[in-house]
Design a binder for this molecule. Structure first.
Ligand SMILES: O=C(O)CCC(=O)C(=O)O
Length: 270
């Protein structure tokens, strides 16, 4: 039985996003919150060299964020971004939920092998955070564009603490910054495509999940509140996607060779 109806998919195709509501029980939400805090503090049972971790900026400006490289940058909750979270058994189990397989089946075709382009924690620490400019999720190193990101609020996500801002329907414009091939817009393109009347603040309760088309224009502000804005976002792609850089392959979420908690524990030990 499918969890996502045809009517919902119709809305997704029209708007470029679809709120699925609260998929995490309070217990499961606490488990993810505790795990990410343990990772930041340095007490998680992990090989930190498998993760890439970036500290938040002190100024709210992207240019002032720390290096986004492998390994811990110290025991603090002031991280901006942590990637390769598929190598954490708690996050792996979550991102392999059947409803996410169902979404991938719809987008990429039934039972198509699916890779994880990015399993990412994105944080706006209380009273801090960094402005993320308007962009589409697109990477010129890939031979085709991934289509689907699934974004889970680990805290209430509000205008005050830097929730996602989106331009509904903008995915239908295709790639806007053709010249650079990257997803970030120029000043002129922002002026043209992101007028205040076009923008919707995607507020969500903790534990709520939203599907995002990767070409949907989105941005997020700094956090002006005392509530952190933690989120987990996973970009799922067709496993046949090739990265033009030498030696870069992506782990499998669904299909033959998919990561398991055992394979992750082994990878962590090496
Ligand atoms: O969480 C955010 O503020 C933005 C995340 C984002 O750009 C993404 O998931 O692609």
């Amino acid at each position: 039985m499918n969890c996502i109806s045809k009517k919902q998919w119709h809305r997704y195709e029209r708007d470029g996003f679809l709120k699925l509501g609260k998929l995490l029980s309070d217990e499961d939400l606490s488990a993810l919150q505790e795990e990410i805090d343990a990772i930041m503090i340095g007490s998680a049972n992990l090989n930190y060299d498998k993760l890439t971790m970036q500290l938040d900026s002190l100024t709210g400006k992207t240019k002032d964020t720390g290096a986004h490289t492998h390994g811990s940058k110290g025991s603090t909750l002031n991280y901006r971004k942590i990637q390769q979270l598929e190598y954490d058994p708690v996050f792996l189990e979550y991102l392999q939920r059947p409803i996410f397989r169902e979404a991938c089946n719809y987008i990429y075709g039934a039972d198509q092998p699916i890779a994880i382009f990015r399993a990412m924690f994105m944080n706006k620490p209380a009273g801090r955070g960094t402005w993320l400019p308007w962009h589409q999720d697109r990477w010129p190193v890939l031979d085709r564009d991934p289509q689907l990101t699934i974004w889970t609020a680990l805290d209430p996500s509000t205008k005050e603490n830097g929730c996602l801002q989106i331009v509904p329907g903008s995915h239908r414009k295709g790639l806007i910054n053709q010249e650079s091939g990257a997803g970030f817009l120029t000043e002129e393109q922002m002026e043209e495509h992101c007028q205040p009347n076009d923008i919707v603040s995607l507020e969500m309760k903790a534990g709520e999940v939203t599907l995002l088309h990767n070409h949907l224009l989105h941005a997020s502000d700094i956090n002006k509140s005392s509530q952190s804005r933690r989120a987990f976002s996973v970009c799922y792609m067709d496993a046949a996607t090739k990265d033009e850089r030498d030696g870069i392959t992506y782990p499998i979420a669904f299909g033959e060779g998919a990561l398991t908690s055992d394979s992750v524990l082994m990878a962590m030990a090496n």
